[in-house]
Design a protein around this ligand. Structure first.
Ligand SMILES: NC(=O)c1ccc[n+]([C@@H]2O[C@H](COP(=O)([O-])OP(=O)(O)OC[C@H]3O[C@@H](n4cnc5c(N)ncnc54)[C@H](O)[C@@H]3O)[C@@H](O)[C@H]2O)c1
Length: 257
């Protein structure tokens, strides 16, 4: 059995991951970490200030993190100190936070980091990559929608889409929404919707004269992200130290972390 600890265990994603680990036959939920203590399916969730002591006690093989940008680096540091592999789904990290995350991982433990663990989104990214390569002269717009509680905008998934578009269609200015007298140039328009309980919608429009190609993905339930995170957890234990993406887990050629 692979021993799994979940950071953000009482949150929307963490509790979904915890439930699915608990239901699996090859993974064992050994504990959780959250801001306050609690329990998840009868398993102890320790308060974040006790993370070091708690990891020392439950000895996870892998730590899955779905918390906040400000917490994720410290959690990764604690996991690495206990030689646990990492699966990081937390988004919205600043460049400094991302660099801090890389420092604690590289040469130390294996980690899968992805802004989206859904298998469908990873395939969707591949399709966007192919389309961008062939439609680099078209006007491109990115639209994403999430639930009212999502903290970061645009989503990590949308930022990965923008990175792919830059790589394949040439770097362009990003315009976050439009207002007033705007004239379309070579920019990529980025549009963010927040409302209700939308799990996660992403669309990329490639528009030329008289035609538009729209590629889109809709997640109906956050269990699709949790399922991918579990797949990554099974895969990452025992790998060489370093940072991997879901593309490595799924053996896709071109999706980077
Ligand atoms: N990569 C993906 O596939 C994917 C999918 C969905 C969400 N996300 C990301 O995962 C993160 C969590 O999303 P959510 O919807 O579950 O949010 P949420 O607010 O429901 O849950 C976050 C949890 O983290 C806890 N937390 C905060 N600081 C902590 C700390 N220091 N230690 C431990 N726990 C701490 C909070 O108390 C909360 O319970 C966000 O960054 C979101 O964008 C990623």
């Amino acid at each position: 059995m692979i021993k799994v600890a979940v950071c953000g265990a009482l949150g929307r994603m963490g509790s979904t991951v915890g439930r699915m680990v608990n239901e699996s036959s090859d993974l064992e939920l050994v504990g959780g970490i959250d801001v306050g203590a609690g329990s998840l399916f009868g398993i102890e969730v320790a308060e974040s200030g006790r993370i070091d002591e708690f990891f020392g006690k439950v000895k996870p093989d892998v730590v899955i993190d779905f918390t906040t940008a400000s917490a994720a680096v410290a959690n990764a540091k604690a996991a690495a100190a206990h030689k646990a592999a990492l699966v990081v789904g937390t988004t919205g990290l600043s460049a400094d936070q991302r660099a801090g995350m890389e420092r604690v991982i590289v040469g130390n433990v294996p980690a899968v980091i992805s802004s989206n663990f859904s298998i469908g989104v990873n395939i969707f990214w591949e399709l966007v990559r192919q389309a961008a390569r062939m439609l680099s002269e078209y006007d491109i717009e990115v639209i994403e929608a999430h639930h009212r509680y999502k903290k970061d905008a645009p989503s990590g998934t949308a930022k990965t889409i923008l990175q792919i578009l830059d790589e394949e269609a040439g770097e362009r200015e990003k315009m976050f929404g439009r207002e007033g007298m705007t004239e379309r140039g070579r920019e990529i328009g980025v549009h963010v919707i927040r409302g209700g309980d939308i799990v996660g919608d992403h669309a990329v429009l490639f528009s030329g004269n008289f035609e538009t190609i729209k590629l889109s993905h809709r997640a109906y339930d956050r269990s699709v992200f949790a399922q991918g995170a579990l797949k990554a957890a099974r895969w990452v234990v025992g790998k060489s130290p370093g940072i991997y993406g879901m593309g490595d887990v799924l053996e896709l050629e071109s999706v980077r972390p």
